[in-house]
Design a protein around this ligand. Structure first.
Ligand code: GDP
Length: 216
């Protein structure tokens, strides 16, 4: 079952993908006609690299540190005809006081999170070296409040020891019980080594099409 959806997801994500829009406001978004799965995380967490690894493209998502792009929702339609949209959310939490940043991030995306009926899931990216920080916790609280289903995705696992990844993946679910909208399974990925990308692709497709993955 999982293998079948991984194969289906591989075909889909490595097939046609087009940039749809960079939307500064809700009004500028395309109609909610397709399921959307959004990617969020601190600046530099590896979000662009992960989107590129998912779709096996080098330049689908440009690095989000480019000034002017930070407060935009970048959307990509996957499949021809399109089956779902991937949403690259603005990176948060870089160099400024967490609270202020969370406020800015909230303003930019809270309307989207709260008011987008076709948003199926948010993938919250966490750098394996840093773990969940206070700013991430704040974003998790925003997602819990908005009742948006989300899943933690560890990035850059090649930068830490495998035993550390195992520890995070096994110990984090218990800590997530205080977050009602969080999925219990934590995904571990390395865009560099391509580890965990198949499972992530399957998780995105399953979320978009209202399917459940077998536990790993
Ligand atoms: P973004 O700001 O979240 O979009 O992050 P980027 O994708 O631009 O990545 C930030 C930095 O982390 C870049 O220097 C990437 O080369 C590096 N990076 C991203 N993913 C990985 C990974 O899986 N492994 C390693 N070792 N480095 C990564």
């Amino acid at each position: 079952m999982t293998l079948a959806i991984e194969m289906e997801a591989l075909r889909l994500f490595t097939g046609p993908a087009v940039f749809v829009t960079s939307a500064p406001t809700m009004e500028a978004l395309p109609p909610p006609s397709l399921p959307e799965v959004a990617f969020a995380g601190r600046s530099n967490v590896g979000k662009s690299s992960l989107l590129n690894a998912l779709t096996q493209r080098k330049g689908l998502a440009r690095t989000s540190n480019t000034p002017g792009r930070t407060q935009l929702l970048n959307m990509f339609a996957i499949g021809e005809p399109a089956v779902l949209r991937l949403v690259d959310m603005p990176g948060y939490g870089y160099a400024e006081a967490p609270k202020k940043l969370v406020e800015a991030w909230k303003r930019a995306v809270i309307d989207y999170l709260r008011g987008r009926p076709n948003l199926k899931r948010v993938l919250l990216l966490i750098d394996s070296r840093r773990g969940v920080g206070p700013v991430d916790e704040n974003i998790m609280n925003v997602l819990d409040e908005a009742a948006v289903s989300y899943q933690i995705v560890l990035t850059k696992t090649d930068k830490v020891k495998p035993s550390w990844v195992t520890k995070l993946v096994t110990e984090m679910p218990a800590k997530l019980t205080s977050h009602p909208a969080a999925l219990r399974e934590v995904l571990a990925t390395s865009s560099e080594k391509h580890d965990g990308i198949s499972r992530l692709r399957a998780a995105v497709l399953a979320a978009a099409t209202d399917r459940e993955l077998d536990p790993q």
